[in-house]
Write a protein that binds this ligand. Structure first.
Ligand code: SF4
Length: 190
């Protein structure tokens, strides 16, 4: 495995392991604080992200920035990426097979960043990481432990833009996230 995130990024930018690479401009690796205890994983780059080579910079990303700031978790203090690093054609949902092929990049990001908390934004990321039987209505806002890391699914900001009624639920989830990140591991586990 590469020694640091920069080396991993350099390798990932040259990835051609699945057909998504043929229809996008480039690999969108992820960005943020490499020492953050908190990571966010979305579905995949959209058009703006593909154009700029950065995750969550379109309308959904701007909403995510606002929620992060309101929860006292400024964007630059967290690490943000997606479960597939290349834009699916027409912004369709990535298939489970595409997510499986891309997952080694995300796993290596987990291994290098070593976050305590990983927030799964939307059902695609939730299915790709926790399994296909999860429904957002039942699992959002709950912590699920896997190999010592706590995962929480919540609604994707794009879903909140489509359905403003989700705002309250997402805000409650982010309050839980903010409170968990500010506690020491001992306080959180007591
Ligand atoms: S989506 Fe992932 S696996 Fe597919 S080409 Fe892009 S970086 Fe590689």
């Amino acid at each position: 495995m590469p020694a640091d995130l920069d080396q991993l990024k350099e390798k990932a930018l040259n990835c051609n392991n699945c057909s998504l690479r043929q229809s996008c401009r480039g690999v969108v690796f992820g960005e943020g604080d490499p020492n953050s205890p908190l990571m966010f994983v979305g579905e995949g780059p959209g058009q703006t992200e593909d154009e700029l080579g950065r995750p969550f910079v379109g309308m959904a990303g701007q909403l995510l920035d606002k929620i992060l700031l309101a929860a006292d978790l400024p964007r630059e203090s967290v690490y943000i990426t997606n479960i597939v690093k290349c834009r699916p054609p027409g912004n369709r949902t990535p298939t489970l097979a595409e997510m499986q092929i891309c997952l080694p990049w995300l796993r290596q990001q987990f291994a290098l960043i070593r976050p305590r908390f990983i927030i799964l934004l939307g059902l695609a990321a939730t299915h790709g990481i926790l399994g296909p039987n999860f429904t957002m209505g039942k699992c959002h806002g709950q912590w699920f432990e896997r190999k010592g890391i706590l995962f929480m699914p919540t609604y994707h900001p794009a879903a909140v833009l489509r359905n403003p009624h989700l705002k309250k639920l997402v805000w409650e989830d982010f309050q839980k996230i903010s409170s968990a990140v500010k506690q020491t591991p001992e306080q959180f586990n007591s």
